[in-house]
Design a protein around this ligand. Structure first.
Ligand SMILES: [Zn+2]
Ligand SMILES: [Zn+2]
Length: 265
């Protein structure tokens, strides 16, 4: 991933900063993954193959909470200069990570339902998600790699990741028939999804689903007027070069701004 990142030409100072930050986070994740695997070699996927629930439950991750919290602090240290948080907001976020018991409960709820306890202020939820996603990825990566051979892509087709149950944060079209795939916000696992269905609320109503394109026609943004969510997408069908979806999530920050300006989140 880092190699691919280094080879990419970047044309704006803002994007250069975003990618520098991303590179630093990747470095933390890489060393975390190594540390985790050294301590406890990956023992394979849990034996939960009913095809109905995500493969990896919260208990299966068996994380060391103090070390997880430590990684959260490291990542937060990188992110915080780029966030517009007031002093007390920053402190309350740090407090949530520091309080191990509360963190354990919060983490489990977020992992299982993609939502937070009411005690987490609304304005901190987005940042907290980003932080937890980034710190959790090294734990989930071996599961996602192993799941590639296990997941039955044709039968899953749900709005949540078949590996960890996370929500998608990017889509891409590929193959002869332009199948739409989703990528998980937590583990980057990719799964096939219906082309005309909202990947958040599940609506299939043509009246509320649409997409808009930008000058670079390989990219589009799918929007849903029922739940007001959006998802960025890349059309890989006519692309000669290989594309790295986790990297595209960062490179398309401009599309996030556009979607939010249009009232989607
Ligand atoms: Zn996932
Ligand atoms: Zn929707």
């Amino acid at each position: 991933m880092l190699e691919k990142l280094n080879g990419r030409e970047i044309d704006s100072a803002e994007m250069t900063h975003a990618l520098d930050l991303y590179r630093d986070i990747l470095a933390i994740q890489a060393s975390e993954k190594e540390r985790i695997l050294q301590k406890r070699p990956f023992a394979g996927l849990p034996d939960r193959r009913d095809g109905q629930s995500p493969l990896v439950g919260f208990q299966d991750i068996a994380m060391d909470l103090p070390e997880f919290a430590d990684a959260c602090f490291q990542i937060f240290g990188l992110l915080s200069p780029h966030l517009d948080l007031a002093g007390e907001e920053e402190e309350s976020l740090r407090e949530m990570i520091r309080e191990k018991e509360a963190l354990a409960a919060l983490l489990q709820q977020w992992y299982e339902t993609s939502s937070f306890p009411e005690t987490v202020p609304e304005n901190l939820r987005k940042v907290l998600s980003i932080l937890l996603q980034a710190a959790l990825r090294p734990y989930l990566a071996p599961f996602a790699d192993a799941a590639d051979r296990i997941v039955d892509q044709d039968s899953w087709r749900r709005t949540v990741c078949p590996v960890c149950g996370g929500r998608p944060d990017f889509a891409f079209l590929k193959g002869e028939y332009g199948s739409r795939w989703l990528s998980c916000s937590r583990c980057d696992f990719e799964w096939i999804f219906q082309r005309i269905q909202c990947p958040f609320c599940g609506s299939r109503d043509h009246e509320v689903l649409s997409y808009f394109t930008v000058s670079d026609e390989r990219y589009r943004v799918y929007v849903c007027d029922s739940c007001k969510r959006y998802i960025k997408a890349l059309d890989l069908s006519n692309m000669a070069e290989e594309s790295l979806i986790p990297l595209e999530k960062i490179l398309t920050a401009g599309l996030d701004i556009l979607a939010r300006e249009k009232g989607y989140q």
